[in-house]
Write a protein that binds this ligand. Structure first.
Ligand SMILES: [Zn+2]
Length: 96
């Protein structure tokens, strides 16, 4: 998981996760207050683990005729996928 580029302190899963749902809000290190922003690659990883699987399921693999069932499973896929993203998404230090 992502560490602080300045002091090497590991960020908490919750902090990284929250940042995604606030529109990739920058993360501040709790120890040294260095600001970190998500990288472009990080955004691609996030989207390909969440929104992409949801859309692929919805368009191609849905076994349901029912729109609500498809949507429900789609959202479940999005949430499950998002749980793994804090381990994979990369952040970089913001130069001040
Ligand atoms: Zn730090």
């Amino acid at each position: 998981m992502q560490k602080c580029k300045n002091c090497n302190m590991q960020f908490s899963w919750v902090n990284i996760y929250k940042s995604f749902w606030w529109g990739y809000k920058p993360i501040e290190c709790e120890t040294c207050n260095t600001e970190h922003r998500i990288t472009v690659l990080g955004r691609i990883i996030f989207v390909s683990l969440t929104i992409l699987p949801m859309l692929v399921f919805g368009y191609f693999f849905s076994p349901f005729d029912h729109a609500f069932a498809t949507m429900g499973v789609g959202i479940a896929i999005l949430i499950i996928g998002s749980l793994f993203t804090p381990y994979l998404v990369k952040y970089k230090k913001v130069d001040q």
